[in-house]
Write a new protein. Sequence first.
Length: 316
Amino acid sequence: MNRLIIILFSLLIFSCNSERNIEKIEYEFYPAFLSPITYSIDLNDKVLYQNSRFYKTDGYIQGSKNLINKKYKINDEDLTKFLDEIYAIGLDSSIVHQRDVLDGIGFKFNLIDNRNDTISLTSVSPNRKDKSTVDYEALDAFFRLTNKAINDYKGSYITERIQDYFDYGLQIKLTNTEPLEYRVWGGRITGCESDNPELITFLDSLPNDKPVIFDLRNGGFAPCLSSLLDQFNKNKKLFYYGNYYLSKSDLELETLKDQLKEAEKDMNSSMVGSLRATIRGTEKYMNEIEKEIIQNQHTFGTKEEIIKTIANTVYN
C-alpha cells in the first residue's frame, strides 16, 4: 500500500513538472494555396515567432506574399491566459485526427519540453461540430493570443488568412470601443442579403447614435451586399477605410518586386520583362482602386481621415 502511494505521488510530481517544463509551443499550418507557416511561442522569453517557409524555383519565389519572419512580445496577462487554456486541454500523448478533404488545411500543435521531447496534435481541416473538441480548443487559444500579440499589418493579414480556413463564423471582430471599430477579416463576406442572416443581425445590433468604423484592409463585402449596407446606413453612421483588394495588391506588388530581384540575379531576361509588365499593370490597378475610394461618400483611405470627418460632424 505504501509503495502504491509513493508511486502515485511520484507520478503526480512528474505530471506537474512536465507541465512546468514546457518551454516552447508550436503551431504549424499547411494551407492549400498558401505557403506553410509556423508560429513558435517561447515561454521563457515570452516571445511569439511567425515564420513562413521559403520556396525558390528558377528565380521564382513561390508564395512570397505570404512569406514573413517576425517576432512579437507577449505580455504576461495574455500569456498566462493562453497557458491556462492550453494546460486545460490536458494533452498527454500525441494524437492524429485525419479527414479526407480537398483544398483544406492541415495543422500540427506541438508542446516541447526542456529535453526537446514533443507531444503533438496533428489534424486536417477539423469540424467544430465533431465530438472531439480538442482541435478547436487549441486553435481558439492560439487565435486569441495572436489577435493580442501581433501588431504588424502583414503579420495580422497572414494570420487571418490562416484563420479563414477554419470555422469561425462571421468574419467581423471588434478592435476598438472608442471610437467603435470593427475589422472585416479573411477576405470578402460573400453572398447576398438572403445568405447572410448573421450579418443582418450584427448590423441591426449596431448603435444608431454614434459612428461605427469598419476596417476593410483584410476583408470586405460582396457587391451583392451593397444595397443592404446602404439600407442600414440610412439610420446608422457607418464609415469604412482601407480596401481588401488594394491591400492584397500591395502584398502582390511586394511579391513581384522580390521575384524581379531574383530574376535579375539569374539574368533571366524573359522573366524580367514579364515581371516588369505585371508590376506596371498592378500599380495601374491600385491607382484605379484608390480613385474609387475617393469617390465613395462613406469610404476613406485611412482611419485618420474618418476621425477628422467625425470630429467635424455634429450628430444629434
